[in-house]
Design a protein around this ligand. Structure first.
Ligand code: AMP
Ligand code: MN
Ligand code: MN
Length: 342
């Protein structure tokens, strides 16, 4: 037993493996603005299928289709096609790390028209929008569910597949630091390492490199960080923002600022940390983190986003001040026992 897959019914496992075995072309899609778990789970399964001789296409539904710089080291990128080249009505489509159909962005209509839609995810908030659901909220990452599926298909996780799966595992456990770091997560890491992957290279690609411009923009963002001790029900809030003007001044692409939240969230005086990031079109993507006493997934869901109890996000089309004014009063919900357990 590799993963506690009790959350997924035997019937769903059987239907998923039957559909994949019978499929001509399998169309894979992960959530927009993919992170290591989204892209890692999709390319990991994609590569395993391709190596077994299956036809695979993979994509994600961003308006501007580019793989974030820090994920370009992932093997299997040759499976990727632009959303415009994606099958309009796939016979079999599989989604990765997306809790709702909307998270598929431009590919949501394709999912709506797919004959069979296998949803692979680990968000407790997953809306079960497919025809088959491999959704396990006890899994630390979507790649953990994918590892189980590869195993049940009788396929092998070679070093490239393992690199993809490991990238998702370390992304979503925060390098085995978050509360979701279960014995099963470490056991999976052990199996993946045994294939000969290089954890130091993966970690360096994901977190330990950036252009010099990042230091300048990080400095600007940290210089304006605000601590509000009375916010979040008196537990404290720390927040800042990175505007597109900040990035333009240093020539820094949007996908380089994902790590700012990991500096901001370390503040002892704040239970909740928030970083607002403006994209090139002027929209704001908001990263929200808690230390466990406030359910930020529910707060973000109330603003049209979602995520996990301690790591969530949403998009906003209004100003920084208005976005914070909408978020602040929502940062008081303690997690229910159901939300804290996975
Ligand atoms: P991020 O702050 O972008 O790293 O996002 C943290 C987590 O929040 C992700 O893993 C997703 O589960 C979730 N999330 C972020 N943005 C959204 C969104 N717009 N809608 C739904 N979930 C989101
Ligand atoms: Mn994700
Ligand atoms: Mn995930």
């Amino acid at each position: 037993m590799t993963v506690n897959d009790s959350a997924v019914g035997e019937e769903d496992w059987r239907r998923a493996t039957d559909l994949i075995r019978a499929a001509g072309t399998t169309a894979l899609a992960c959530h927009v603005s993919p992170d290591g778990d989204a892209l890692g789970s999709m390319l990991g399964l994609g590569l395993a299928l391709a190596r077994a001789g299956k036809k695979v296409v993979a994509s994600f539904g961003d308006r501007v289709f580019t793989v974030p710089r820090l994920l370009r080291f992932l093997p299997g990128q040759d499976l990727l096609v632009e959303p415009s080249a994606y099958p309009a009505e796939p016979d079999l489509m599989i989604t990765f790390d997306a809790s709702t159909m909307e998270r598929l962005g431009l590919l949501a209509p394709h999912a709506g028209k797919a004959r069979e839609l296998v949803v692979i995810d680990h968000h407790v908030s997953n809306t079960r929008f497919g025809t088959v659901h491999l959704v396990d909220p006890s899994a630390a990452s979507t790649t953990m569910v994918v590892e189980r599926l590869i195993d049940r298909l009788g396929l092998r996780a070679d070093r490239d597949v393992a690199t993809c799966l490991y990238a998702g595992l370390v992304t979503d456990t925060g390098s085995f630091r978050h509360s979701i770091t279960t014995p099963a997560a470490h056991a999976m890491a052990g199996r993946l390492l045994a294939t000969g992957i290089h954890p130091e290279e993966i970690a360096r690609e994901l977190w330990d490199r950036s252009p010099f411009a990042y230091l300048r923009v990080l400095g600007t963002a940290l210089g304006r960080a605000t601590l509000e001790p009375d916010a979040a029900g008196g537990l404290g809030l720390v927040w800042t923002f990175v505007s597109r003007a900040d990035r333009a001044a240093e020539g820094l692409p949007y996908d380089e600022v994902e790590g700012v939240i990991d500096v901001v969230r370390r503040v002892d005086e704040a239970e909740v940390a928030v970083v607002l990031k403006e994209d090139d079109e002027g929209g704001w993507n908001v990263s929200v983190r808690s230390k466990g006493a406030v359910d930020v997934a529910r707060a973000c869901a109330a603003l049209g986003g979602g995520g996990h109890p301690r790591a969530a996000g949403f998009s906003s089309a209004t100003s920084v001040a208005d976005t914070m004014a909408a978020l602040r009063p929502l940062l008081t919900d303690p997690p229910t026992s159901h939300w804290t357990s996975p």
